[in-house]
Design a binder for this molecule. Structure first.
Ligand code: TPP
Length: 343
């Protein structure tokens, strides 16, 4: 049985508001480089991470911030890490993609697919050192086309390792429609390697919890790995400032510079022939049209919004209080992280 929806919502909202605070710091120019957030993945993170015990392990991808937050890593340390400060979680050297919390048995990597072998390694160690514990790997569906992740699935099946492989399937690998580069169905692929596969609605936190619980229990009992696939939508696109999303949200402001560079690139002398250039243009147009029909616009695809709507129907004043309390807590975390003299 999942915990009540209020507590699941609180976890999701903490992730969302924390990542919105990160987005603001990024927009203010205080965080350098790209920023991949898990906005839209909250139901998958909040439906699984709180089920783990302190001695379970977590292997994360380039969107690992929210999972570390729910894991109990000090949020001020995470924020200072993203700000590149020496008093951050990894001395300011890891940034948002390479976070490591030794005492929480949690590690993230920006190398797509790396969560698979990391989790298999954690699980092998778990079997020897901490029987009854498991490792969870989080990754996108694009990572399922990386050899190392398939090798990890294979080894986990062959050695019956306690791993939960969680595929957060948003259908896109940056600007590539994942279906166009994926042969066969991902769950079938996992089954083909000897890993049991389960599918769930990754936008529904209670369903994710219910799908993950038996897989976690199975791994703890030494009965082997599970591949859990949850479909979700990345509400901010691949990364913050994603050009196509900006263009569809504010076309008058954002489209002219994009069109300008496209026309310049098309007309530039030398380089590829006219036919290849036209084909490139067609691909850009297709990606733009796909973004225009974007599921990101539908409220039902936002796991936080849809749970908010459910709870608002039940008890609006309790919901207001809960949301205000979470927002206050996140503001306090940001204020504490930004203090210059933090230890
Ligand atoms: C091994 C490797 N190849 C390519 C990249 C560049 N890259 C970063 S994110 C990404 C897309 C990954 O798609 P998916 O696994 O579906 O995750 P999502 O970003 O959609 O969450 C790629 C190709 C990388 N970081 N690592």
């Amino acid at each position: 049985m999942p915990p009540d929806l209020w507590s699941l919502y609180e976890s999701m909202l903490r992730c969302r508001l924390f990542e919105e605070a990160v987005a603001q710091l990024w927009r203010d120019g205080l965080i350098s480089g790209e920023m991949h957030l898990g906005t839209g993945e909250e139901a998958i993170i909040a439906g699984i991470v709180p089920q783990l015990r302190a001695d379970d392990a977590l292997a994360l991808d380039h969107r690992g911030t929210a999972a570390l937050l729910l894991r109990g890593v000090d949020p001020a340390l995470i924020l200072r890490e993203l700000l590149g400060r020496p008093d951050g979680l990894c001395g300011g050297m890891g940034g948002h993609m390479h976070l490591f919390a030794r005492e929480h048995l949690a590690a993230s990597s920006g190398i797509v697919g790396a969560a698979g072998p990391a989790a298999a390694g954690f699980a092998l160690a778990a079997r020897c050192l901490r029987p009854g514990t498991l490792a969870v790997a989080f990754f996108g569906e694009g990572a399922m086309n990386q050899g190392m992740l398939l090798e990890a699935l294979n080894l986990a099946a062959a050695w019956s390792l306690p791993v939960l492989f969680v595929c957060k399937d948003d259908g896109w690998s940056i600007t590539t429609d994942s279906d166009r580069m994926t042969g066969s169905d991902l769950s079938m692929r996992a089954r083909g390697l000897g890993v049991q596969a389960v599918e769930t609605d990754g936008r529904d936190v209670s369903q994710v919890w219910e799908a993950a619980a038996p897989a976690i229990a199975r791994a703890r009992a030494g009965q082997g790995p599970t591949f859990l696939r949850g479909r979700c939508v990345h509400l901010e696109g691949h990364f913050l400032g994603y050009a196509l999303l900006r263009a569809t949200r504010d076309p008058l402001r954002e489209l002219p510079p994009i069109l300008g560079s496209l026309v310049r690139a098309f007309a530039r002398p030398g380089g590829a022939g006219r036919r290849e250039r036209l084909s490139g243009l067609r691909q850009v147009m297709a990606a733009t049209t796909a973004t225009l029909r974007d599921p990101r616009r539908e409220r039902s695809n936002d796991p936080v919004a849809r749970t908010h709507d459910d709870l608002a129907r039940k008890d609006p004043s309790r919901l207001r209080e809960l949301e205000a309390a979470v927002a206050r807590a996140i503001r306090a975390i940001v204020a504490s992280a930004m203090q210059e003299d933090a230890a």
